[in-house]
Ligand binder design. Structure first.
Ligand code: ADP
Ligand code: MG
Length: 254
């Protein structure tokens, strides 16, 4: 079984997807699991800021041009697209980032779906892990342009409303043909109040505590990955990273 282990981080806006995706990437790198490709699939893209990287271009902004512009002589459209993909890719130590961007213009990648997913598949082959920061509707995943996740983390706040949203997200995922067995709940901003056990919509994989260091970094506009490794959220995410590696390892043997 080839290809990277793909982890999608999803959930309602503001629940901590970007926070968890970026801290997870940092933890997995520390654990020696690299290279990692991070994919910003949220139209409200800010994963690069959390990771401390600069993004010049998104796939959304290059899409139009890649399909309408004349292709250099002797180059196939697939090869051209692959080349442009590499230009959109932001490279860093052990970790690269690609931003899907907002579907612009006609608002549809449909016409380009096959070529896009092919180029994305080729790109992902170079990585051990792919971490996708995705909005709750998982549009990019449903379009097939990212690939099927091996693990879907549904991030929620600890409250009942959050749990109901997580239930809806599970339903969305199932309606998209995603395997519910790959879905796990991550409770974020946990304040030590016992979870509404028994009524959890998905198996619980981690609880990430409310962490002042996360908010401080946010307020000061610092990359999240700059917070100390001893911060409560980082410790909890490091533990989560271990569980993820075990799940991904199981996938490889399976
Ligand atoms: P999303 O990507 O789901 O929209 P973010 O990761 O951007 O959510 O987080 C939303 C807000 O919540 C941010 O201001 C972030 O600093 C804060 N936040 C997220 N997780 C935590 C946490 N564990 N402790 C404290 N603040 C957090
Ligand atoms: Mg986000």
């Amino acid at each position: 079984m080839g290809g990277p282990c793909r982890i999608a981080v999803t959930g309602k806006g503001g629940t901590g997807k970007t926070t968890i995706a970026s801290l997870l990437a940092a933890s997995l790198i520390s654990a020696g699991s690299q290279p990692i490709l991070t994919v910003d699939a949220d139209p409200n893209a800010n994963l690069h800021e959390a990771l401390g990287l600069a993004v010049a271009e998104t796939l959304g902004s290059m899409r139009e041009e890649a399909f309408t512009r004349a292709i250099p002589p002797g180059m196939s459209r697939t090869a051209f697209l692959a080349m442009r993909f590499r230009q959109v890719l932001v490279e860093s130590d052990g970790l690269d980032l690609i931003a899907m961007g907002r579907p612009e213009g006609t608002g549809c990648y449909c016409f380009a779906n096959n070529l896009l997913s092919e180029a994305m598949e080729t790109l992902q082959r170079d990585y051990r892990l792919v971490i996708i920061d995705s909005e709750a509707g998982m549009e990019h995943i449903s379009r097939g342009t990212i690939g099927r996740p091996d693990l879907i983390l549904v991030v929620t706040d600890p409250g009942m409303r959050g749990m109901r949203t997580a239930t809806r997200i599970r339903e969305i995922a199932v309606s998209l043909g995603l395997d519910p067995a790959t879905m796990h709940l991550v409770i974020n901003r946990d304040r030590g109040i016992p979870a509404t056990d028994g009524s959890l919509p998905l198996p619980l994989l981690a609880r990430i505590p409310e962490d002042p260091a996360v908010q401080e970094a946010d307020l000061e506009g610092r990359p999240l990955v700059s917070i100390p490794p001893s911060s409560p959220s980082r410790r909890a995410v490091a533990e989560l990273a271990g569980k993820i590696l075990a799940i991904c390892g199981g996938k490889r043997e399976g």
